[in-house]
Design a protein. Structure first.
Length: 115
């Protein structure tokens, strides 16, 4: 399991972003205080369906609904060849508890920007 390198967006002017090419299973540390954003770019020839799964997630409290089961992780909609998606990781933090595995995205390019 490789670790996805983050880019800190502090300072002025142009900041060199670190791009990680994903393997079969990758990990990263989620820090909601840094308002992290992930950019996934599918540079492969076919569609891919990434899955975020934190091993510490079982249920998550949701106002008006109760506890929601997050144990199976979050599968994104299929990302077509040549397409990119941007994810504000704070919006999916329920799935990012504990050690996080990002699978289903082999050969995609990934950037995490922390603000």
């Amino acid at each position: 399991m490789a670790t996805i390198t983050k880019t800190t967006m502090s300072g002025a002017g142009a900041i060199a972003a670190t791009i990680t090419t994903l393997g079969a299973s990758d990990t990263f540390v989620f820090d909601e205080s840094k308002a992290p954003v992930m950019i996934l770019t599918n540079v492969t020839g076919g569609a891919l369906t990434p899955l975020f799964d934190g091993d510490g997630g079982t249920t998550w409290p949701s106002t008006g609904i109760g506890n929601v089961d997050v144990s199976a992780g979050l599968t994104l909609a299929s990302i077509g060849a040549g397409d990119s998606v941007v994810i504000s990781l704070n919006t999916i933090k329920a799935y990012l508890q504990g050690t996080i595995a990002l699978t289903g995205a082999t050969a995609m390019e990934c950037q995490i920007l922390e603000f």
